[in-house]
Design a protein around this ligand. Structure first.
Ligand SMILES: Cc1ncc(COP(=O)(O)O)c(C=O)c1O
Length: 463
């Protein structure tokens, strides 16, 4: 500040002027930058406030839901529609996409580039304790599994846990130092989920081998007890509800070590008669929430030693389930929990969709003498507290005509790609049709099945 001799101010101080102008310019700049102009987004994801998060959010919102059917149809604007085939062999759970589109904001998770670099959580673990707690809460709220006396082991999808559990159980069933002991027999009941056999064969451990179906072992124990193994050397895969036929199953070889795969034991696919309480159970987000690509499955295991071995398998195989996935799935489970029994309950939504698909398919197939579907009765469900109509994930189609020995081929001629029952250890007269895909895919499937059934009128003999 410029002061006149004798301490008197001779004119307005230039310093004060500069200071006030500088403050004014800053205020104008601030107002322009933050209040008037749209928020700027730095290319580098920036250091300015929320910019990178907003950019990430904009990019996420720009991704449209994938609703078009996976057929050979031309895009809508093309003048000619060339229909090739409808691909219904995969269990891709796209039917849940509209649910998550409705819950886009609540279920979104934004992760910055610097976040979660470590292998481990802040507790030094590979598994998020928070996610574990939420999974337990979900099971308890739905009432589909007893969790209090179980250990939880995460995997990259339940697919990874299939072999992890065979490994854990086969070691626990053989005596510790007995390297010469016969390998454990891994078995399943027809029609079974093919990866049980494929994975057991692929990993081909000294301690276990794929040993066929449960009938062989049930008959062997009845008729040739002297030649049979100890039942604890048998690891039995049980799928309940079953993939492909949707029926609830229990282990058939009493005393065997059972791995009970409950991928579909949720109220959108089946009634829940009681909480499952087997020693070793498998679950997956894939069929629960539809997030197949995130790859998170978990095993609920009663015995601590078996759980430890399964956990060690996952550590040496992948160093734990992806932490990004664990974070995302935590957000997804929170949304499901917040809406349970409410207006937008995921199970009510899922059951409505799947029940309506099953009804429509049955209405058409019931007119057919060429193909038939598995029978599933309505049953009381403890979750919905009422009798609920069936809503299976798959149609297990049987070709009834003598000449249709290969049902997969018969449906392929009608432009429907399915999965042959041969892979499930069943007869080629059966084939599996997925009902899990998008609404558009299902509509095209219905067109094809209707054409197939209508064509029977022209094929029928004139009697
Ligand atoms: C019975 C069964 N178990 C396990 C899986 C594998 O699920 P994930 O996607 O978790 O590996 C599937 C997938 O279709 C399944 O049908």
């Amino acid at each position: 500040m410029e002061v006149a001799e004798g301490g008197r101010q001779s004119r307005p101080p230039a310093g004060a002027f500069l200071l006030y102008s500088s403050l004014l310019i800053n205020a104008l700049f601030f107002a322009h930058y933050f209040l008037i102009s749209p928020i700027r987004l730095g290319d580098d994801g920036g250091s300015c406030g929320l910019s990178w998060a907003l950019k990430a959010a904009r990019e996420a919102e720009a991704v449209p839901p994938r609703t078009a059917p996976a057929t050979g149809r031309c895009p809508a604007r093309a003048p000619i529609v060339i229909v090739i085939v409808i691909v219904m062999h995969s269990g891709n759970p796209m039917f849940l996409e509209p649910y998550w589109t409705r819950h886009a904001a609540a279920s979104a998770v934004v992760v910055s580039g610097w976040h979660r670099l470590s292998y481990r959580t802040t507790d030094g673990l590979f598994q998020s304790v928070e996610l574990e707690n939420h999974i337990r809460r979900l099971h308890k709220s739905v009432g589909n599994a007893v969790v209090d006396d179980k250990h939880l082991v995460f995997g990259a999808g339940s697919t990874q846990l299939i072999n992890a559990l065979v490994h854990a159980l086969s070691i626990s069933s053989s005596p510790p130092d007995d390297d010469g002991s016969a390998p454990a027999s891994v078995v399943a009941t027809v029609p079974y989920y093919p990866p049980y056999k494929d994975q057991t064969g692929m990993f081909d451990g000294r301690k276990y081998r794929w040993d066929g179906t449960t009938d062989t072992w049930a008959n062997a124990t009845t008729h040739h007890s002297s030649t049979t193994k100890n039942k604890t050397d048998i690891i039995e895969f049980v799928t309940s509800p079953n993939n492909p036929d949707a029926l609830l199953h229990r282990p058939v070889l009493a005393g065997s070590a059972a791995i009970v795969d409950h991928a579909y034991y949720w109220p959108h696919f089946t009634h829940i008669p009681a909480p499952a309480d087997e020693n070793v159970m498998l679950f997956t987000m894939t069929k629960l929430s539809g997030h197949a690509g995130s790859r998170l499955g978990w095993a609920l295991i009663r015995d601590e030693k078996v759980a430890k071995r399964a956990y060690e398998y996952v550590q040496s195989n992948t160093m734990g389930a992806s932490r990004d996935t664990q974070l995302r799935m935590l957000g997804i489970i929170k949304v499901m929990l917040a809406n349970l029994h409410g207006e937008d309950d995921i199970f009510a939504f899922g059951h409505d969709v799947m029940r309506s698909r099953w009804r429509r398919l049955n209405a058409v197939v019931s007119r057919s003498r060429r193909i038939s579907l598995q029978k599933i009765p309505p049953q009381y469900c403890k979750y919905f507290k009422r009798i609920r109509e069936p809503s299976p994930a798959y149609a297990w189609v049987k070709c009834e005509r003598e000449e249709d020995e290969d049902c997969y081929e018969a449906l392929l001629k009608a432009n429907i790609v399915t999965r042959s029952g041969v892979g499930n250890g069943a007869s080629s007269r059966y084939t599996r049709v997925s009902l899990l895909k998008s609404d558009d895919d299902f509509d095209v499937l219905m067109e094809r099945v209707t054409d197939l059934v209508n064509a029977e009128r022209y094929d029928a003999p004139d009697d």
